[in-house]
Design a protein around this ligand. Structure first.
Ligand code: ADP
Ligand code: MG
Length: 329
């Protein structure tokens, strides 16, 4: 039976962080990390989230993993609001979603054996015997292309790419429904990135996991994702399938991101975003207006909402049709 409830739903999520006051009586400055983000992710699909550093990607990952709570809005996992769960229910729900982090060096405890590291989520769950955990860790190591014999080794005996395989094995060990991968290949050599991405894709085909796949690199999400959201300063500015974003991007920011990185070359050295630097003050307008080559007066006064341009393609730009009609460079 096909379930219509999405595996993950992010509903109008706002997250701000209050920074320390600079002076005693000054107002505490607030960082708007996410400014009203909404999307759904169906089981078995994979959604990429791309954007520059500081656009709110890791904040989103932490909210989806229930490591933090939204300032307003909701994160629903299989229809259940994570914030409404009590501690025991949250612990049970947690086995359904696991995370792969960017740094394959910092994220694995150097004092633990690989067997222990991979089995750790099972241990936290608490209902497997030692023998079962050992068995399952060995299976997962083989599933990610390592050897069962590697279980007795320590993280320092492995390369960055191998460590990320270990992190993926750990993330998969509880049979999670959702994997949140925050820049999983960004710290790896370019030559190793494609291997890890191919592995993640194969695992999805074999195990049917769902990915929320975060990257600053559009070429990386292109390899793994069915659909992509482009984030700019905590807002979705465009959403569509990777082909649409590469061939018919309707938001000037997406165009700039594509320009910066050649397709099919994840991790390739990228050009700086070719954006005009034209400081304008547009507090009520489009957040991208100060950097936008398509900017018109309206953009400074009115913030554009996401709107549909074609089935499965939305963009938040007043002049999306003009952007589409212009020659991609
Ligand atoms: P990305 O992962 O896309 O680089 P982040 O989600 O890490 O972006 O950050 C988004 C914005 O929120 C940035 O301006 C960042 O400085 C700010 N931010 C993130 N986490 C915190 C925090 N714990 N406290 C204060 N500001 C934060
Ligand atoms: Mg980040």
């Amino acid at each position: 039976m096909v379930s219509l409830t999405p595996l993950l739903e992010v509903r109008d999520v706002v997250k701000h962080y209050r920074l320390p006051r600079e002076r005693l009586l000054a107002a505490a400055p607030v960082v708007q990390a996410l400014q009203g983000l909404s999307f759904t992710l169906q089981a078995g699909r994979s959604l990429g989230v791309v954007g520059e550093s500081g656009s709110g990607k890791s904040t989103l990952a932490r909210l989806v993993m229930a490591l933090e709570v939204p300032s307003t809005g909701q994160v629903l996992m299989a229809g259940r609001d994570l914030q409404a769960l009590d501690a025991a229910a949250l612990r049970r729900a947690r086995t359904d979603f696991q995370m792969v982090f960017q740094d394959p060096f910092g994220s694995l405890d150097p004092r633990q054996t690989v067997a222990r590291i991979v089995a750790e989520p099972l241990e936290a769950q608490g209902d497997s015997s030692r023998a079962q955990m050992r068995q399952r860790a060995a299976e997962m190591l083989e599933a990610v292309g390592l050897r069962a014999a590697d279980a007795a080794k320590y993280p320092h005996e492995f390369s960055g790419g191998q460590r990320q395989r270990i992190a993926i094995a750990r993330a998969l060990v509880t049979h999670p429904k959702l994997i949140v991968a925050d820049e999983p290949v960004s710290a790896l050599d370019v030559s190793v990135q494609a291997q890890v991405l191919n592995l993640m894709q194969d695992l999805q085909d074999q195990l049917g996991v769902t990915y929320l796949f975060i990257s600053h690199d559009l070429a990386v999400v292109d390899l793994v994702c069915d659909e992509v959201i482009v984030l700019y300063q905590g807002r979705a500015v465009e959403q569509g399938d990777p082909d649409t974003l590469f061939h018919a991007a309707a938001h000037p920011y997406t165009r700039a991101l594509m320009h910066a990185v050649p397709r099919a070359q994840p991790g390739a050295r990228r050009a700086a975003l070719p954006l005009p630097v034209a400081p304008v003050d547009a507090p009520g307008g489009c957040a991208f207006a100060p950097r936008c080559a398509f900017r018109q007066h309206r953009c400074l006064e009115q913030a554009p909402a996401l709107r549909p341009l074609a089935p499965g393609h939305t963009a938040a730009c007043h002049f999306a049709e003009q952007v589409l009609a212009s020659t991609p460079d």
